[in-house]
Design a protein around this ligand. Structure first.
Ligand SMILES: [Fe+2]
Ligand SMILES: [Fe+2]
Length: 169
């Protein structure tokens, strides 16, 4: 478990440094790409839970998790809408990059969550913490009330994921 958590952090750090490098100086485009990708796991969790239900594998925390992940995915869509209002998806190349990455990320999360739900939650937990940190850095030298709220949402998501990990122990 500990080793896999380190593995999650390692993969995340590499991915983030690549995105940060490619998107330096283009904050809202970077945020848009990150939000586009970061919302996929919630839909992947919902897909797997839905499939598990159809296969008669509905656990006691099923309805709670379905509700949580549905609310989270909608909340991420609101974040995405804000980034779009700031021109985050204005360029073809950003849409191209994000929409291909998200396909890979969605399916990876489906498999990951099916095989090791706690580890999949942990990866998203790290992603949410990283997102909050990214917005926090941005807010050090920019003023944006909506980004402040979005940062708070990401912290809430991280807490909810932490709770989900404890719940399915
Ligand atoms: Fe978000
Ligand atoms: Fe989030």
């Amino acid at each position: 478990m500990k080793m896999m958590n380190t593995f999650n952090t390692f993969i995340l750090d590499i991915t983030v440094s690549i995105i940060d490098f490619l998107y330096r100086g283009r904050d809202y485009q970077r945020f848009w790409v990150l939000e586009e990708i970061a919302r996929a796991p919630y839909f992947a969790f919902l897909s797997v839970l839905h499939l598990r239900e159809s296969m008669g594998l509905r656990g006691p925390e099923h309805i709670y998790l379905m509700e949580e992940h549905f609310a989270q995915t909608l909340n991420e869509t609101e974040h995405l809408e804000y980034m779009e209002s700031r021109g985050g998806n204005a360029y073809w190349i950003d849409r191209f990059v994000a929409r291909h990455l998200v396909l890979i990320y969605y399916w990876s999360n489906v498999v990951y969550y099916w095989l090791a739900p706690r580890l999949a939650y942990h990866l998203s937990y790290e992603v949410e913490l990283h997102a909050a940190e990214t917005y926090n850095k941005f807010l050090c030298d920019h003023e944006d009330k909506r980004i402040e709220e979005i940062m708070q949402d990401e912290i809430t998501h991280a807490e909810e994921l932490h709770k989900a990990i404890e719940l399915i122990k």
